[in-house]
Ligand binder design. Structure first.
Ligand code: SAM
Length: 240
């Protein structure tokens, strides 16, 4: 049946994603810097500014992996705040937890799937996902979970690769389908994972489609910011 086919497809995708992140975890930070020429730091800094976190806020970082966003959030939320670092993959989560500990922040860490968040309704002031939504199998389920755990008036932030400005598309395709796998081979001895990355970027919904998905999941005041000509985009929305 169509449903059966979809199930196998989804399981395959989940397994593939787990494999990729188990393999790349060790070299993840270095690869991020090399691939984006350090730009991912600026994109994350921008997301952290837009999050406008105040002291005492409860913040959930989903697919937090390397802990980059959670670290900025922990700095902003102060001692009275709560920042939860979560990811489906333990190798990635360990990396993030250690990074925060090295900076003097002890945050609660939970291994969980974004499609089934182990948190009560209306709990968080902010929910973020940075470069994680692309890997999720049922994005609409994950988005409605994010909506559920946010407080009314709470803000969702999604940082993700997006659709680059059209005139630069063919140059960018050449970069992502030849330079990325080459870099992956040189640095992480793993061209396949980086070929997967290029494919997943191409398959991901563009700015307007993601905006619509956020609206369908119940978010209001949804908008996006193009970053570096649309290589990445930050989408934000509020829970009613
Ligand atoms: N947020 C970090 C950053 O921006 O550097 C890590 C991003 S990394 C590209 C993507 C992360 O998404 C991985 O750590 C992976 O384990 C996680 N992930 C994939 N599918 C997930 C899911 N269904 N639920 C939660 N995390 C997931």
């Amino acid at each position: 049946t169509h449903f059966g086919y979809r199930q196998i497809d989804e399981q395959e995708k989940a397994e593939k994603v787990a494999g990729v992140f188990n393999r790349v975890a060790r070299r993840y930070d270095l690869m991020n810097d090399l691939m984006s020429a350090g730009l991912h730091r600026a994109w994350k800094a921008f997301a952290a500014t837009q999050a406008a976190i105040r002291k005492g806020f409860k913040v959930l970082d989903i697919a937090g992996g390397t802990g980059d966003l959670a670290l900025s959030f922990a700095r902003q939320a102060g001692d009275t705040g709560q920042v939860w670092l979560t990811d489906i993959n333990e190798s990635m989560l360990r990396l993030g937890r250690d990074k925060l500990l090295n900076q003097g922040y002890l945050v609660p860490v939970v291994t969980c799937d974004a499609e089934q968040l182990p948190f009560p309704d209306n709990y968080f002031d902010r929910v973020s996902v940075s470069f994680g939504l692309r890997n999720m199998t049922r994005k609409e389920v994950a988005l409605s979970e994010m909506n559920r755990v946010l407080k009314p008036g709470g803000k969702l932030l999604i940082l993700e690769f997006s659709r680059i400005w059209k005139p630069l598309q063919s140059l960018y395709d050449r970069y992502s389908f030849s330079v990325l796998p080459w870099l992956g081979r040189q640095v992480a001895q793993d061209a396949d994972s980086y070929r997967y990355l290029a494919e997943s970027i191409r398959m991901h919904p563009d700015q307007e489609s993601l905006l619509q998905m956020l609206q369908e999941a119940g978010f209001v005041g949804v908008k996006y910011f193009n970053l570096t000509a649309g290589v990445a985009a930050l989408h934000t929305g509020l829970k009613l």
